[in-house]
Design a protein around this ligand. Sequence first.
Ligand SMILES: C[S@@+](CC[C@H](N)C(=O)[O-])C[C@H]1O[C@@H](n2cnc3c(N)ncnc32)[C@H](O)[C@@H]1O
Length: 203
Amino acid sequence: MELGTERRHAPATLRNREPILAVLQRVLPDGGLLLEIASGSGEHAAFMTPRLAAEIEWQPTEASRVALAGIDAHAADSACPRIRPAIVLDTRAADWPIHHADAVLCCNMIHIAPWTAAEGLFAGAGRILPASAPLILYGPFRRQGNHTAPSNAAFDTELRARDPSWGVRCLDTEVMALAEAAGFQLVEIVAMPANNLTVVFRR
Ligand SMILES: C[S@@+](CC[C@H](N)C(=O)[O-])C[C@H]1O[C@@H](n2cnc3c(N)ncnc32)[C@H](O)[C@@H]1O
């Protein structure tokens, strides 16, 4: 991610935002609060919220406090009143600052964070989502323990070299175990460009 003045830019968001949006438009409820975990630059919120059903409000969050101003700046550029001010949320917290949401979205976090971040994500989403509400993950995953492309294997090596607690997670074993423990069922796996997946769970 590149630092601008306060706005940050994650170039991958330009490539993945349309395919992720297409899934959201299908699986989100008609209205309510979408809680975004690990909003990063905030570009997903700014692009997607105006393109979602008019009754959807988007709450961006970040573990990193310094990211908040940039997220809010992109939201202001979008002029969409349904994007709430960004707030700090670290998935590992036992008590999240939001106690109810109608959907949770988390893009590109669980491989670039310690496993405890993924554990916290599922535990927290399990606490705040009502029955049948979606938890949507986007990113690279291993399947049945194996990488799905050489580029993902190389990315995994690079991640683990940067931090041994990071790495491309296995959807079928590691992630599914967390999901089941938190009361989620896997309902859909959607292939995305560049060997990524969007994965939809429901409580
Ligand atoms: C690669 S960025 C992804 C940002 C954005 N979702 C995207 O797709 O461009 C990963 C983000 O995860 C955040 N993060 C790492 N650990 C976290 C945690 N435990 N809780 C919440 N966010 C976390 C980082 O601060 C970082 O902004």
